[in-house]
Design a protein around this ligand. Sequence first.
Ligand code: SF4
Length: 333
Amino acid sequence: MKEEVYLSERFPDLAALKIALDEAVAPDATRTQWIASCPRRAEYALDRQVKEKGDALPLRAGKGLHAALDTFYTTNDQDLALSALQASWGPEAQARNAPDKSFGHLHLGHLEVVLKNYFEYARLRDMFRPIIIKRSDLNMENVVGAVFRLTDAGEVILGESKLVMEFDVKGDKFLYAGIPDLPIEMGGVYYILDHKSTNAYLSEWYFNQYKFSNQLRGYCLMVQELTGLPISGALINGIYIGERASLDGFKGERFSRYGPLSYQPAHLHEALLNQYYWRKTFAHHRAQGYFPQHASKLCSGCPFSALCNAAPAARESALQQSYESVNVKFLDI
Ligand code: SF4
């Protein structure tokens, strides 16, 4: 398997694209959602560019499982998938540990059990095939940068492809980046399968948060533009990684598929428009010199709650004590 880094003529090198992504501030759906959720969170994460000190273990676990599932659905080799998890997790991850000790169960052995159970679940449940498409069949018109993985036969494995595209939104050039998890074909219909690992029990309530996801709809639009295939919606591939997930006797749902969430073409464009205006909102708060706190139920899971909890006059010292700079790398999205 080979990797191809593609750059349009507009960007002579990766550095130029990186600058454009930095200028966009929130070039991907995850960051745009931070603006939508809470302007103050956007200030800390995007303007001050800080994160909690230490490892965020749920994030690391999610990355590891993504790497493993990518390998699994690319090669159908379980051992290689387990190796991908181990490589992504890294030997030192546990030692650094998370700022929040409640995630102490997230260690490599636990995730390996989750993954081995998933292989059996997938064997019984997977009724789809990943979309693989000839490189020459891709429509590169809107693509300004990409990292593709190619088979020896020159076909593109679309799962986990890194894409930076430019869309015309309200007459503006809108730079938009994303890594769709796994574009699939199921029963002659095309979808995006999105892996979501969670420490919460899997439930309808949990999945409902993704019903109108700008991120999923944005992925659908990107893959549709790139492949010319009509993408009808998304499926969530829910994976429970809470502390009971590796117990033999756990009776709850370890894995669950939710959807398909059906989208109309207009939904996809609306998602892009939403993100276009959320970015403008960020620029507005920056120009005003104040990012208001949303101060809602979202605060309970927010990595910046310690910062907001500190008295405004003590916030800079709280920031120095518990947070560190984060350097976003090219396509680190
Ligand atoms: S703790 Fe609440 S108010 Fe503060 S940044 Fe997070 S979501 Fe916003």
